[in-house]
Design a protein. Structure first.
Lengths: 158, 203
């Protein structure tokens, strides 16, 4: 049986979810790299990189889930729509919660960090902050697109 | 320490299975003719709904939307608690109605017996067993010291997250992840918060 073509907005949402997955994956790699550099400089690094990977396992998991759900959304699975909604809502709520921390702690320390960190790490830090902001915008847009096209998607999904 | 992690994980699984079986038993009381899978499937679906709810945790946004200087956060807890329970009950009721297992009153009864009596007993027993076993492991003293050190570091450098990675051993991280699962599936987080709230207002 020939499959119905996906609505354009759903296609955009799928693309955005893939982009969010890629950006989150980049964030994971960045955290691992920057902590590896810092651990080599700090005296109390007794457990090494394994702890850092375990601590940030959730970020890696979220990145993989975004890509997997995007794939199954393309395959027209109903459960993938619900799963995508759950993960997008989770990230939206987490983003709202991060706002006070961003303004009270992270932004005031940014200038200090930029001055004292090695130039390469400073650039990476800046890129990651911009990437986080960009991925948050993508999350919101993907969420709105998936909600607005839910009826069309549920008609063609199995 | 690996034995403590395995033991904690096993007690979590056993406590969760026990909770599922007791819920099954209560629903079975009202639906004697229904088969095992017809009752067990909605219970699993409810647990999945609870997992999604706690993963998103939308009610916790009230802490961020209402500034602490207007209403102190401790006084927002009852609102958070009540809204969370109502949403959890609505998920339970919706699933029970969808599978034609319980009407409103019976769903309310089963939900509150599970939430107020059974789950706290299971959760508390699990914590007691874990604690008793942890006391008998010599390395657990080091673990507690490490946890105290970590807490001190987090309080001193709040927000500078990347700093304390070196302090956390893999064992602690895994134990914390199992704790998080217990918070979600055994409802221990809400109950512990309620306990802290009651202590705060009575003192």
């Amino acid at each position: 049986m020939e499959q119905t073509i996906l609505p354009k907005k759903i296609k955009i949402a799928i693309f955005f979810m893939l982009a969010i997955g890629a950006l989150t994956l980049h964030q994971f790699v960045f955290i691992i790299n920057i902590t590896k550099i810092r651990l080599s400089q700090i005296a109390y690094s007794q457990y090494g990189i394994f702890s850092v990977i375990l601590k940030n396992l959730e970020i890696l998991l979220v990145a993989i889930l975004f890509i997997v759900f995007a794939y199954f959304l393309k395959k027209r699975k109903k459960w993938a729509w619900i799963a995508a909604m759950v993960i997008l809502l989770k990230e939206t709520v987490a983003g709202i919660k991060a706002v006070p921390l961003l303004f009270s702690v992270q932004l005031p320390h940014l200038g200090y960090l930029m001055e004292h960190l090695p130039p390469l790490i400073s650039i990476f830090l800046l890129i990651t902050m911009i990437a986080s902001l960009f991925s948050y915008i993508l999350i919101l847009v993907a969420l709105i697109l998936l909600i607005s096209e839910r009826k069309k998607y549920w008609q063609i999904a199995s | 320490m690996i034995y403590l992690i395995i033991f904690t994980f096993i007690t979590f699984i056993l406590a969760f299975v026990l909770k599922l079986l007791i819920t099954y038993f209560f629903i079975k009381l009202f639906n004697k003719e229904k088969s095992f899978w017809l009752i067990f499937k909605p219970i699993l679906l409810y647990e999945l709904g609870v997992f999604c709810f706690f993963i998103i945790n939308p009610v916790s946004l009230i802490y961020f939307l209402v500034p602490w200087y207007i209403i102190p956060h401790v006084f927002l807890f009852p609102v958070y608690f009540i809204i969370s329970i109502i949403i959890l009950f609505l998920i339970f009721k919706f699933i029970m109605k969808k599978f034609s297992l319980l009407d409103f009153k019976k769903a309310l009864l089963v939900f509150f017996i599970m939430f107020i009596i059974i789950t706290p007993i299971i959760s508390f027993s699990k914590s007691m067993v874990d604690h008793e076993v942890a006391k008998r492991i010599p390395a657990s003293e080091e673990l507690f010291e490490e946890l105290l050190e970590l807490r001190y570091f987090q309080e001193s450098y709040y927000g500078l997250d990347s700093g304390h990675y070196g302090l956390m051993s893999p064992d602690i991280i895994i134990l914390k992840k199992i704790d998080r699962l217990s918070e979600i599936f055994l409802g221990s987080k809400l109950l512990l918060d309620l306990y802290s709230f009651l202590i705060t207002i009575t003192i």
